[in-house]
Design a protein around this ligand. Sequence first.
Ligand SMILES: *Cc1c(COP(=O)(O)O)cnc(C)c1O
Length: 321
Amino acid sequence: MIQKLSFAHLPTPVEPLERLSTLLGGPKLFIKRDDQTGLAFGGNKTRKLEFLLAAAKKSGARTLITAGAIQSNHCRQTAAAAARFGFECILVLVGDSPEHPSGNVLLDKLLGAEFIWTTQALRDQKLKQAFEDSQANDRVPYLIPYGGSNPTGAVAYTYAIEELIKQQIDPDWIVFATSSGGTQAGMIVGKHHFGLRGEILGISVDEPASILQDRISDLSGETASLLGDQLVVQNEQIQVNTDYLGGGYAQMGEPELEAIQLFAQYEGILLDPVYTGRAAAGMIDLIRKGFLKPRDRVLFWHTGGMPALFADRYRDVLNQV
Ligand SMILES: *Cc1c(COP(=O)(O)O)cnc(C)c1O
């Protein structure tokens, strides 16, 4: 086993979505509750951070540095992990410093993170500069990549597949939101390493297919190496659906709103506007189109993100309900 600090609430439950399955007249639906991984509202980054924090601690670091979008769940969970294990935390966020922080930014602040605000174009440069400045100031920084998606972070989802296999759901399909690719790469390695039968289908929330597939292909090879496996995954074997990008990253539209409402009103489960809302909207459309068939067993992997429901920018759309 690769070294980790144990702080996630695992195993996360798997629950049947009975009322939603009936409503959609489709597959038998299940949900894997990685919105319940613990650590300041949880989400998929908690699993990755168990491994990344062990590596940071081992390196002797004192400061964690990472970057993301303004409503980044990854940044919020990194700030929480830093607080929990006594690191300082610097977040490089794309956007303008908000006058009234809301959603994840508000939580970042409460968790004690320092902010560096930047633009998409300058993000990488600012991140590098923050790292160098911290080094120069003896803060002993440790860089956590975007979305926690390097092999050390991704391997968490390899073990998550082992956890799922033990829960004996045996889905035909696993559907979830994919972005920096660590979750999907880890799952692909887990499928091979632990022998999962089902198909792994990522619904893209921002990237075109070829970029995602290149990234996931590289990352799954590197993650498999950590476990001593040799794995070559061709781009065509990596299932990503890019039909649900709508108005672009973090632009919430009608499909996301409908999915959030259906999960809330038929199952009492909250999705988020950016990731799980979009992935669930994709899954619902794939059921309606008959791509996911009535005889299939489909597992929706909830990856968290709910604090964005309380971000000011989504208030008006969510209030259309
Ligand atoms: C980061 C994130 C994802 C995407 O996971 P990746 O490993 O970056 O592909 C999905 N859902 C939520 C809520 C996230 O915060």
